[in-house]
Design a protein around this ligand. Structure first.
Ligand SMILES: *Cc1c(COP(=O)(O)O)cnc(C)c1O
Length: 378
C-alpha cells in the first residue's frame, strides 16, 4: 500500500468485535482477564490499548518503520528516546533544536550526567569533530525552527553508524509525507503529533518510530514504566487527523510556495526563509532528501520590534499563537515566544533577530492569506 492508503488503512481494519469501520474509542482503563493464568492481548491501558495500538501501527507504517510508540506529547516522546542513555554517555545534538528539547538536555539530562555537544550539522567536517569515545546518540531536527536549516540526513546517518551511535531525527516539521528519515539511514524518529500528524490544533501528542528492535524494546519498557501515554480520545483524534495527512500537506505546501514566492518580491520584507525557494542556503539538499518543503515560512520584516508588533496586530486571518501544523494559519514571534528562553546573545548568534517572524501556513484560501499579509505589511 502507498502513503495515502496506509494513512487510512494501516492498523485500522474494521473492529474485530463489532465490525465498526472506524477504530472505536476504547475508553477503558482495564481489560477483563479470562482466568488467573490466561492473559489477553490487553490488560491495562497504560501498557496497551487497541485505539492507541492502531495509532502506533499507522504512524510506524507511514514512516516505513517496524515499531511505533505513542506518547502524551512530543516532549514525552523525546524523553522516551533520551532514556536510552545512561550517565556518562555523550550526545551530539544539532545547534538549533526545538526549545523544549534544548531545555530537557540542559536542565534535566545534563544534571544526571549526560554529556552534550551542540554541533554544526551543516558542515560535515566540523560535525565529525564533535564525536567522542562515549558518543551514544546523535539528535537533529531538519528543517530547524525557525530558520529552516536543512542537514544532510544520509551523511549524518553514515557518520553516526561508523561511531555506533543511534541517530535520532525529529521529523515534526515535514511529517512522513515529505521526509522519511529511516529510509535515509536514521535509527529513530520523533514526532510532536500535536503538529501536522494530528493537524487540527486540538490535541497534544507525540510518537516515536524505529525499526531497531533493541531500542524499541527498551523504549516500550520505559513507555509503560513511566506512563506518559496519550489519552484514548486523543489517540482517536490523532488517527482521524492522520487519515488526511497527505491532502493536507499538499495544500499546506502549495499555499506556502505561493506565499513565499510573493513575499520574496515584497518591498517590506527583507528576506524570506523557505527551503523551497532557490534562494535558500540549503535548497539543493532539501530537494534531494525531501519530497516537499513543508509549510513553515520565516520572514525578516523591514524594520524592528515596533514594525513587527504592528504587523502581527494587524493580521486578521493569521492568528498570533505558539505551535504550527494545524489547518489554520498562525504567526509566531520567536524572540518573545518560542525562543524567549534563550539569552539575547544566543538568539542573535543563531540569527534570530528582532525583525524575524515565523508563519505556519494553513490550508485556507491562498488569496485570503496573501491579502491578509499584504494589508498587515502595508
Ligand atoms: C512542538 C515540537 C516539539 C514538542 O512537542 P509537544 O507536543 O509540544 O510536546 C518537539 N519538536 C518539535 C520540532 C516541535 O515543533
Amino acid at each position: 500500500m502507498r502513503f495515502e492508503t496506509l494513512a487510512i488503512r494501516a492498523g485500522q481494519d474494521p473492529d474485530p468485535a463489532t465490525n465498526a469501520v472506524i477504530v472505536p474509542i476504547y475508553q477503558t482503563s482495564t481489560f477483563q482477564q479470562k482466568s488467573l493464568d490466561k492473559f489477553g492481548t490487553y490488560e491495562y491501558s497504560r501498557s496497551g490499548n487497541p485505539t492507541r495500538a492502531a495509532l502506533e501501527t499507522a504512524i510506524a507504517a507511514l514512516e516505513n518503520g517496524k515499531y511505533g510508540l505513542a506518547y502524551a506529547s512530543g516532549s514525552a516522546a523525546t524523553v522516551g528516546v533520551l532514556q536510552l542513555l545512561k550517565p556518562g554517555d555523550h550526545i551530539v545534538a544539532g545547534q538549533d533544536l526545538y526549545g523544549g528539547t534544548y531545555r530537557l538536555l540542559e536542565s534535566v539530562y545534563k544534571k544526571i550526567g549526560i554529556e552534550i555537544t551542540y554541533a554544526n550539522t551543516y558542515n560535515i567536517s566540523e560535525f565529525k569533530k564533535a564525536f567522542r569515545k562515549n558518543t551514544k546518540m546523535v539528535w537533529i531536527e531538519s528543517p530547524t525552527n525557525p530558520l529552516l536549516k536543512v542537514s544532510d540526513i544520509a551523511k549524518i546517518a553514515e557518520i553516526s553508524k561508523s561511531h555506533k551511535a543511534l541517530f535520532v531525527v525529529d521529523n515534526t516539521f515535514l511529517s512522513p509525507f515529505f521526509q522519511k528519515p529511516l529510509d535515509l539511514g536514521a535509527d529513530i524518529i520523533v514526532h510532536s503529533t500535536t503538529k501536522y500528524i494530528a493537524g487540527h490544533s486540538d490535541i497534544v501528542g507525540g510518537a516515536v518510530v524505529t525499526s531497531n528492535e533493541e531500542a524499541y524494546t527498551a523504549m516500550k519498557f520505559y513507555q509503560n514504566a513511566a506512563g506518559a501515554v496519550p489519552g484514548i480520545l486523543d489517540c482517536w483524534l490523532t488517527l482521524r487527523g492522520l487519515k488526511t495527512l497527505a491532502i493536507r500537506m499538499k495544500e499546506h505546501e502549495a499555499n506556502s510556495v505561493y506565499l513565499a514566492q510573493w513575499l520574496e518580491t515584497h518591498s517590506k520584507v527583507k528576506r524570506v526563509l523557505y527551503p523551497g525557494l532557490p534562494s535558500h542556503e540549503h535548497h539543493e539538499i532539501a530537494k534531494k532528501q525531501q519530497t516537499g518543503f513543508g509549510a513553515v515560512v520565516s520572514i525578516f520584516i523591514d524594520g524592528g520590534y515596533e514594525e513587527v508588533k504592528r504587523f502581527c496586530e494587524k493580521l486578521k486571518i493569521f492568528i498570533l499563537a505558539e505551535s504550527l501544523g494545524g489547518v489554520e494559519s498562525l504567526v509566531c514571534y520567536p524572540v518573545k515566544m518560542s525562543h524567549a528562553v534563550l539569552s539575547e546573545e544566543d538568539r542573535l548568534k543563531q540569527g534570530i533577530t528582532p525583525n524575524l517572524v515565523r508563519l505556519s501556513v494553513g490550508i485556507e484560501n491562498k488569496e485570503d492569506l496573501k491579502e491578509d499579509l499584504s494589508q498587515a505589511l502595508g
